[in-house]
Design a binder for this molecule. Structure first.
Ligand code: SF4
Length: 336
């Protein structure tokens, strides 16, 4: 537990958290919506600080990040709690509980970095649930990692205020932001949130020069129409550019949407086709094997550059970040 940043004291031991756009007003002995931040005697505390719920080594492709050190391992840290209540959440067993409701052994920021180094991971990922509501722990760990030459990546819903995000950006190298839909109605009805702050986060990450990829989980009947996909792609094109890496991933029935079917591969392929035809250069399908949609191709000459199978790289033809055939620059964070 650590005293939280980003809150104001109000009267009668009440506090207001300003970390995310919920701006929770929290009475004494009560929690914010994320269940991570608690008011104790008029002071706000982060309960997840140095108490992760999951530590694993994952391929960076699993985040998914396809243009950020492909083939490398990410030491992955997850904390309990989330500020969204998405009905389609695939990690609901940790995201919809607070740190006090789950086994969370103490692991200091220093220990996280020591383990990253022991396991030869060139990056630390803050992932699984929503890392940004555990900002204090992520900030301290990322700062230590950076000092030791380890990269930091966040996998986030993007629902955070710009001030705290900019502070964290000093130590962040890469991000995957879940853009759940381009519809504010979807955010309000399915996720108990709103879209505008997420779009703002994407713009801030671009301004701050953070390598950012976007995931859109396609949920049958809820955000899978051609109109939904076209509008989402148009927003990305106009605001972030055609070189933005975009992943369309498959939903599996879970949490509160058990009655919906899994996303068919054909839906993902269709979304990818729409995005490519509208000018997006790097578009992928995910969560399902797809001979074409999992690979990276040169947007200029079409040469296959990186071949993937599940989360592994089976062929890599990139040459110093360029296509070996037509020498076009391929946007990304490469080591080769
Ligand atoms: S971070 Fe948590 S406590 Fe703070 S405003 Fe968001 S949901 Fe509320």
């Amino acid at each position: 537990m650590k005293k939280a940043q980003f809150y104001h004291k109000l009267k009668n031991n009440i506090v207001q958290c300003v970390l995310c756009p919920h701006y929770c007003i929290i009475k004494n002995d009560d929690f914010g919506k994320c269940k991570v931040r608690k008011n104790i005697d008029g002071r706000l505390y982060s309960l997840s600080y140095e108490h992760p719920v999951a530590l694993n080594v994952d391929p960076v492709e699993k985040k998914p990040l396809y243009h950020f050190l492909p083939g490398e391992k990410a030491f992955s840290v997850g904390m309990a709690g989330c500020n969204l209540k998405c009905q389609q959440c695939q990690n609901w067993d940790i995201s919809q509980k607070g740190p006090e409701e789950l086994p969370t052994p103490k692991v200091s920021a220093k220990e996280v970095i020591e383990r990253s180094k022991e396991l030869n991971c060139p990056m630390t990922a803050y992932t699984y649930s929503e890392p940004l509501v555990s900002l204090e722990y992520v900030y301290e760990t990322a700062k230590l990692a950076k000092k030791q030459g380890i990269k930091n990546i966040i996998v986030s819903n993007g629902f955070i205020n710009p001030g705290p995000l900019k502070k964290l950006c000093r130590y962040i190298d890469g991000a995957n932001i879940d853009l759940k839909s381009i519809s504010d109605r979807f955010y309000r009805e399915i996720c108990s949130a709103k879209i505008e702050p997420v779009l703002e986060t994407l713009k801030v990450l671009k301004q701050e020069g953070i390598w950012t990829e976007i995931t859109n989980l396609i949920v049958p009947t809820l955000n899978d129409s051609e109109k939904d996909i076209k509008e989402l792609v148009e927003w990305i094109k106009e605001n972030l550019g055609t070189a933005t890496v975009l992943h369309f991933t498959a939903f599996y029935p879970c949490y509160k949407l058990l009655e919906l079917p899994p996303t068919p591969l054909e839906k993902l392929k269709k979304a990818r086709k729409i995005a490519i035809e509208s000018g997006m250069k790097y578009v992928y399908t995910g969560n399902l094997p797809d001979e074409e949609g999992n690979n990276t191709y040169c947007p200029k000459c079409g040469k296959m550059l990186i071949k993937r199978r599940l989360f592994s790289i089976t062929e890599n033809n990139l040459n110093k970040g360029k296509c070996p055939k037509c020498h076009a620059k391929i946007y990304g964070f490469w080591t080769y």
